[in-house]
Write a new protein. Structure first.
Length: 332
């Protein structure tokens, strides 16, 4: 069993060095480290090269998706570990994920990702997408507990710290480069679901994530890309009849997200992202048929039920409270 670790990086040398420390400490070590440099200027790739990593220069900040795709093309492992440069892994992270995936014949596996410096604050587990085109990284912002400690089948792994069979990309293709960064993993998860290629959430495998280390969660560029990519998700994968049936939850989801952007002083970035998404929607949709309506409807309704159940159990975020109040989503 061989593992290739793929780490896109854009500056953040101290964070990358901490990740490399945890890669060195793995009880099941990766056979190769591929650090894909998106034009760093702080010595991050040089520090990684000194630790034995192979550096793949992009020559510019091409975004997370293109960097990962470059790593996939040049990797040699049977398993590919895609890692954000601002994560730290427990020593048995790879061992637990590979053991679970092999025993369960899963196509990928991911662990419980905690907030950096915490032992009980969830950063994320797996992704759940609503009919409105917005996603919840399940558990984000919650205290850890039994509800997040159950192994389960999943369709959409966050590419924060995920292990995937290399052949999966031959089955459904690489990450969508048009997304650049943000929600490219949710788009990939939709393709996994539409092809019936499931993975596992393995809560015993732990990692810690700094989160939005490059720009910041509500940086104008982050907000622009998120707003644009939410439009891309709908444009690329929603069949026309479901789009028109779900126009109300789509509108509600997007405007509520715009309200969050307004609250954080980034409403103009949100508007710019929406405009870019609408302008490029036809191009993003071209060349790939949408998901079968029955498949997508079943997936997103079960996702909404999961979001509603977990929000009910752990306390509602205002966004999801309003979304469900206005759309009736997640009702049995």
């Amino acid at each position: 069993m061989s593992i290739s670790a793929i780490v896109p990086v854009w500056n953040g040398r101290p964070l990358l060095e901490r990740l490399l420390d945890t890669l060195e400490a793995q009880t099941l070590p990766a056979a190769e480290w591929l650090v894909v440099d998106n034009g760093s200027t702080d010595g991050a790739p040089e520090a990684a090269r000194a630790r034995g990593a192979r550096i793949l220069p992009m020559g510019r900040n091409a975004g997370f998706a293109e960097a990962v795709n470059r790593g996939i093309r040049e990797s040699r492992g049977r398993w590919l570990a895609v890692l954000n440069s601002d994560v730290e892994l427990a020593p048995d992270y790879f061992a637990r994920l590979t053991a679970a995936a092999e025993s369960g014949s899963a196509w990928f596996s991911t662990g419980k990702i905690l907030v950096a410096g915490s032992n009980d604050q969830i950063d994320g587990t797996f992704d759940a997408l609503s009919r409105g085109g917005t996603a919840w990284r399940v558990g984000s912002g919650r205290r850890d507990g039994p509800i997040f400690s159950v192994e389960r089948q999943i369709w959409s792994p966050p590419f924060t710290a995920v292990l995937l069979r290399s052949e999966l990309f031959g089955r459904i293709g690489p990450l969508e480069a048009a997304f650049e960064s943000y929600l490219e993993d949710v788009e990939f998860g939709l393709r996994c679901a539409s092809s019936g290629l499931a993975g596992l959430y393995v809560p015993g495998a732990l990692a810690w994530h700094q989160g939005s280390a490059a720009l910041g969660r509500w940086h104008p560029e982050t907000v622009r890309r998120m707003a644009r990519n939410q439009i891309f998700l709908v444009a690329r994968h929603y069949p026309r009849r479901l789009f028109w049936r779900w126009l109300w939850p789509i509108a509600i989801a997007q405007f509520l997200w715009g309200g969050l952007a307004l609250r954080h002083g980034a409403v103009f970035s949100w508007l710019r992202g929406i405009a870019q998404g609408l302008r490029r929607a036809s191009a993003v949709r071209a060349g790939r048929p949408p998901i079968e309506p029955e498949t997508l409807e079943g997936l997103l309704r079960s996702n909404e039920q999961l979001i509603r159940d977990l929000q009910t159990s752990t306390g509602f975020d205002s966004y999801w409270k309003l979304y469900f109040l206005l759309t009736g989503g997640g009702t049995r």
